[in-house]
Design a binder for this molecule. Sequence first.
Ligand code: NAI
Length: 332
Amino acid sequence: MRIAVYSTHQFDKPYLTTAAVKHELIFIDQELTESNVHLAESCDAVALFTSDHALAEVLEKLSKLNIKYIVLRSAGFDHVDLQKAKELGLKVANVPAYSPYAVAEHAVALLMALNRKLRSAHDLMKKQDFRLDGLTGFDVHGKTVGIIGLGKIGEAFARIMNGFGCKLLCFDPHPNYALEKELNIKFVLLSELCVEADIISIHCPLNKETKHLFNRNLFDQMKKGVYLINTARGPIINTTDLIIALNNGIVGAAGLDVYEFEKGLFFKDHRHDQIKDTIFNELMTLPNVLITGHQAFLTTTALQNIADTTINNLNCFEEGVECPNQLYVTDH
Ligand code: NAI
């Protein structure tokens, strides 16, 4: 097959090239939009990343080019209009579990870097200022951690925090009760979790129910000084409301690997641009905010698994055998 691989980066090309033994890959650095669909001409499939925009109009154009398959190099699939894909007869598959540990471990890294003030500590070291004032953290041991979504990543995160000796609360509309005893987790209502938790980490998908789930109303229910970590999807948090909560001390610190308006911003070199996103610029000025550019997935293990599963999904489609990772509209 000939596959147009949109949003390719230096970090994933070698893994995809090695995995795609019998396919021809056309690497396209640009993100997929309506205006560059034509680059997939004479291809059978497109391979997309989270930064690509597979909206209805884009899918229609891809279908007109006789594209048959869309393979996502991601677990999340909120950037694809699955209903439209179904109508057009386009088959879509994702990589549901390339490494839940990669993302969970990054969430812990954000938490610990904020808590132990690692950024300030390093800045002071560089200035040869070895005083410790302003670097006080807290013991994570014994703290109450609220987990939003106990799926693959949420579970991996829960296991780590269990190792830290935390009390775990979880909100998930589809509770996996088998984990309750093993990890000493208590499933609770979201309101109860917000009242109790010292640390909240978000691991649910972005969908109609979770968009702006974290808004002013929810922040107002939280324990003062709560640490909030989001490695799931940016729009789950209303960022304007988060800034208010950070400024009034309800949220003590925020570790964000994803950002509400990251599309068009993340994954690119903007060193010579003036970023006009005032919300992002304001977040960057806050000392208790740590932002990474959607890199939680970025480990060698994850990249290997993403490449292997993406190519395997294509092989299944090509050979007409059932693809275990095919996405259907009901998956939402
Ligand atoms: P998963 O499907 O295994 O688990 C998601 C869990 O969230 C399920 O248990 C589900 O019942 C629960 N859930 C659904 N709606 C909910 C709601 N309204 N409130 C609370 N929980 C809810 O998914 P997985 O693999 O754990 O990934 C979670 C999310 O992490 C993905 O949807 C994706 O958006 C994000 N992600 C981010 C990455 C990054 O690099 N920052 C990389 C990979 C995934």
